[in-house]
Design a protein around this ligand. Sequence first.
Ligand code: ZN
Length: 173
Amino acid sequence: MNLSELTEKQRHDLLIEAALDYMEHQDWYCSEYDPDPEVIEQLEQLYRDTPSLQPTPCSGSPIFDTGVTLALLWERDRRIEYEEAIPLWRCDCGTEYKREHWGHGNETFYTVTPDGLFDELVGSLKGKRGIGTSPRDLKWPVNNGSCPNCGRSFRSTLERQADPQTSLLFQFA
Ligand SMILES: [Zn+2]
């Protein structure tokens, strides 16, 4: 089947379906147990906003692979929303970071782009027991838990900030 032989309606339906298939395969979405009209609407909107969708090489089927492109655009938007929603955190030296939590006290620290998104991964903290999940895109072990700007340990800065009394002392120091 060739994309150019389809009617607009057929093309639309097949691409949305392929996008949802791919998203289920990636565990981004579960239509069987939790169909979400908002997700469908987001895909419809992306479909309307992106008239020249190109296939992302994946299965070899031009229709499925174009649906993959739609799914990847959807995932990118969700990632942007997620990163934007994370509040800025300030080291004592004033450098701003975003902290991503991975459970068990594991977190990673990113510098921030002007748009409020993650920029560079600069450090991580491991949980108290040293067990925890790691970000999937973490390709090397980052155990350097200190601010690249001032060298203060992220953990001790966080602990001090969490203690109202020492925070107060710090403020008037
Ligand atoms: Zn610092």
